[in-house]
Design a protein around this ligand. Structure first.
Ligand code: NDP
Length: 444
């Protein structure tokens, strides 16, 4: 379709040197072709041009002082992408690879993901090229305070609500919340992922990993099977990976491999999650240390090798483009039947094609990992009512949301002529709600 191609060409032209953003836009626009064939009014309203241009982009300097008194300067970003269906909502990523193209790709994905949750949340994302690895608590705190000293003017519980992502967990959210509260003198749900004693929600820590596994469970049900007795590979060993492991194990799966950015571990007896949690959450060490206490396990340098481990279910939960065409072919060859993305865009476009061609059930990140932001939405709801829900109640809500997301994506895929293709289904279902809101609200 000429319109879709013209918009994509314009995105590339206007945003040069941002390949991750181009990749995310191209995937969504490809899926929307049948929608635009049915709805010519969207083209007249310039819907795609508006959707692909963030409403607001904020760049700022983040100076901070290390423990030796040396001054460092990082770059801070917040992209307020689309507020058609609610306040901007999306995490903050602290990682040296962060630049504007990464934040834009994540913010763009977030629009459709948040829409899929059924909760009133627009799309946004932010972060910094700061690397928390190897920094003391004091250094991380000073960085977070400096970051919020600028960002506080742009966020608010009814305008833009940030949360965690890579490199931003409970510790960082706590420091940022403290500084925001000091600067504004307010106490409300301006950030999610907060500690339980100051407005956080039970299940938020577990939500993305649990949600990804619940989504996979629905895909497995469609194949008339379940997690019971399945061998599972989970990449990463951060927040998402740890709780994906936990829920997959609770449902009867055996997780035999996990990774970090240096390499992966393989334990044929099933990876002991307590050891991984101790290493990664408490001691902040490398995953290679696992083999010191588990003699039957092996460690290999390089993360890509993890996809050569034979499994029934693969859950990429580390980072973007970590699973390429070759890795996808390896998974298919070894009999993998389901792949669900706990991370954002971990599979390259060629890898996705291989999964779809070989009838592997494939859950794209914007659907499969939406449990995190959905539970952030539940945290916002609890904060605004000054209430706390129990773990069981919150998890039940999360479970229902994931089942709904799966059926929305499945139904949209069928309605638009590509049954079983949850990439198309998630993009279309997420888009339709935002499109209707944008059409109703006029040209703004
Ligand atoms: P964490 O920082 O807790 O963990 C990230 C994990 O991925 C670590 O094991 C890290 O290894 C590994 N990793 C990071 N960068 C790379 C890289 N370049 N190559 C290989 N491995 C890497 O982050 P999260 O678990 O929160 O996030 C993981 C993914 O899930 C991201 O894509 C994020 O956007 C997505 N996501 C997260 C949500 C959340 O609620 N947290 C919600 C939805 C999506 P190392 O320790 O060596 O750095």
């Amino acid at each position: 379709m000429n319109y879709i191609k013209a918009v994509y060409d314009q995105v590339k032209h206007r945003n040069p040197n941002e390949p991750e953003f181009h990749q995310a836009v191209e995937e969504v626009l490809e899926s929307l072709k049948p929608v635009f064939a049915k709805h010519p009014e969207f083209e007249n309203a310039g819907l795609l041009e508006r959707l692909c241009e963030p409403e607001r982009q904020i760049f700022f300097r983040v100076p901070w002082v290390d423990d030796r008194g040396k001054v460092h300067v990082n770059r801070g970003f917040r992209i307020q992408f689309n507020s058609a269906i609610g306040p901007y909502k999306g995490g903050l990523r602290f990682h040296p690879s962060v630049y504007i193209g990464i934040i834009k790709f994540l913010g763009f994905e977030q629009i459709f993901k948040n829409s899929l949750t059924g909760i009133m949340m627009g799309g946004g994302k932010g972060g910094s090229d700061f690397d928390p690895k190897g920094k003391s608590d004091g250094e991380v705190m000073r960085f977070c305070q400096s970051f919020i000293s600028e960002l506080y003017r742009h966020i608010g519980h009814q305008t833009d609500v940030p949360a965690g992502d890579i490199g931003v967990g409970g510790r960082e959210v706590g420091y940022m919340y403290g500084q925001w509260k000091k600067l504004t003198g307010q106490f409300n749900g301006v950030l999610t992922g907060k500690g339980l004693s100051f407005g956080g929600s039970l299940v938020r820590t577990e939500a993305t990993g649990y949600g990804c596994v619940y989504f996979t469970q629905e895909m497995l049900k469609d194949r008339k099977t379940s997690f019971d007795g399945k061998t599972v590979v989970v990449s990463g060993s951060g927040n998402v990976a740890i709780y994906a492991h936990q829920k997959a194990t609770q449902l009867g799966g055996k997780v035999v491999a996990m990774s970090d950015s240096n390499g992966f571990i393989y334990d044929p007896n099933g990876i002991n999650l307590e050891t991984v949690k101790q290493l990664k959450e408490v001691e902040r060490k490398r995953i290679s240390e696992y083999t010191k206490s588990h003699k039957g396990a092996q460690y290999q340098d390089g993360c890509a090798g993890i996809w050569k481990v034979k499994c029934d279910v693969a859950l990429p939960c580390a980072t973007q483009n970590e699973l390429n065409e070759e890795a996808a072919a390896e998974l298919v060859k070894n009999g993998c039947i389901a792949v669900a993305e706990g991370a954002n865009m971990p599979s390259t476009p060629d890898a996705v094609k291989i999964f779809l061609k070989n009838k592997v059930s494939f859950g794209p990140g914007k659907a499969a990992n939406a449990g995190g932001v959905a539970t952030s939405g539940l945290e916002m709801a609890q904060d605004s009512q000054w209430m706390n829900w129990s773990f069981a109640e919150t998890e039940e809500k999360l479970h229902k949301i994931m089942v709904n997301i799966h059926s929305s994506a499945k139904n949209a895929a069928e309605e638009y002529g590509t049954p079983g293709n949850l990439v198309n289904g998630a993009n279309i279902a997420g888009f339709m709600k935002v499109a209707q809101a944008m059409m109703a609200q006029g040209i703004v």
